[in-house]
Design a protein around this ligand. Structure first.
Ligand code: ACO
Length: 350
């Protein structure tokens, strides 16, 4: 079988592989605490913290759209990279600025990236891992030397502010990485990545209205229930599926990377729920302190949560540390990625 994971420079004989060479994150300024939610919904701080671990979340204001968050995060990732040149942009988002066209070309134009290929990827909370796997394939095939991946979500636009089942869980934000050719064996190298889906689980997390099945039209909108235009979620079923899928993905990717579980320095899991993180650690016998946690401050930022976590916790990581990234999201989609931490320039706090 052809090995697509490394490329060798015919002149120098040096083998190259895709690696992370820049990281950035951006959070909007508006903070919504549990107490603020409890003042207008039938919920309370103790219920939210005990069930989820979330204390507060950031919500973008009306003037900010997904592209605004994406430009901030992407610019920060490029500033942290030694070489800010990229030949493509892949944007993971569930909340594009418009239903048509994609948001990525506009983000590329605003960032002054030139007329590079730029497109959106939609895999909800697994969007970052899906977009990254596209970028890794581009780099490992030799098609591009460097690709900018951004995951940006104004997820609050999908949430009914009056639905206590979901309003407590989600927040807005954006994260970004630069994926470039790095010499094999150096920090940042992506050693293994895997993504999966199961459309049989489509109904677990869904916004029914506004797509081609139930188009957004004056007629449809008045005849369909209001709840169809916001995110609906079967919380307990999602909880069980997320725990099982992320545990299996982490275990599989560790063996694909040729590591043992004990080798793992940091688990970078999608930030949905503290109890899900604890259960994944317990099922794999990973010490819980190895699981990085940011959801207390930002809630579930969907596709943005993994790169935001990398940016927020970057000071904890040493070059060469072994990281596994994993996610589960609507679709259902899930996956994992094994990498070593790179030596980077200053990563700005999100
Ligand atoms: N305050 C008080 N009560 C609430 C609240 C709230 N904010 N939200 C729900 N409840 C109630 C429900 O109405 C329900 O009441 P009922 O039993 O009378 O019907 C009850 O609490 C549910 O309680 P539990 O089942 O004990 O709640 P659970 O422990 O499952 O926690 C939660 C609920 C937090 C939603 C959990 O199931 C969860 O985190 N699931 C995973 C969610 C997730 O990961 N989503 C992201 C997926 S990724 C993506 O792609 C979007």
């Amino acid at each position: 079988m052809t090995d697509f994971t490394t490329l060798t420079n015919p002149c120098s004989g040096v083998a190259f592989s895709a690696g992370i060479t820049g990281v950035g994150g951006y959070l909007p300024e508006g903070v919504v605490t549990n107490q603020m939610l409890a003042s207008r919904l039938d919920t309370d701080h103790d219920w939210i913290t005990s069930r989820t671990g979330i204390l507060e979340r950031r919500i973008a204001d009306e003037s900010q759209s997904t592209s605004d968050l994406a430009v901030e995060a992407g610019s920060r990732a490029l500033r942290s990279a030694a070489n800010p040149e990229v030949q493509a942009l892949v944007l993971a988002t569930t909340t594009p600025d418009f239903r048509c066209p994609a948001t990525a070309p506009y983000v590329a134009a605003r960032m002054g990236l030139g007329k590079i290929p730029a497109f959106d990827v939609s895999a909800v909370c697994s969007g970052f891992l899906y977009a990254t796997s596209v970028a890794v394939a581009y780099v490992n095939s030799g098609h591009f030397d460097s690709v900018l991946v951004i995951a940006a979500e104004k997820f609050s636009t999908l949430i009914d502010p009056n639905d206590r089942n979901t309003a407590c869980l989600f927040g807005d934000g954006a994260g970004s990485v630069v994926i470039s050719k790095v010499p094999v064996g150096t920090g940042g190298q992506i050693l293994a990545h895997a993504i999966h889906s199961d459309g049989e689980l489509e109904s677990l997390i869904k916004v029914k209205g506004g797509g081609s099945r139930y188009p957004l039209s004056p007629h449809e909108t008045v005849n369909r229930p209001r709840s169809d235009y916001f995110l609906g979620m079967q919380g307990r079923e999602v909880f069980a599926a997320a725990t099982a899928s992320m545990s299996a993905s982490v275990s599989d990717i560790i063996s694909t990377a040729g590591w043992e579980l004990d080798d793992l320095d940091w688990l970078i899991a999608h930030q949905a729920n503290r109890r899900i993180l604890n259960l994944v650690c317990k099922s794999l016998d990973i010490p819980p302190e190895k699981a990085c946690v940011h959801l207390d401050e930002v809630g579930n930022t969907a596709g943005a949560s993994i790169p935001l976590l990398l940016a927020a916790k970057s000071r904890q990581f040493k070059p060469g540390d072994k990281l596994v990234l994993t996610s589960f999201g609507a679709g259902a989609t899930w996956g994992a990625l094994a990498m070593t931490w790179p030596a980077l320039g200053t990563i700005e706090a999100p």
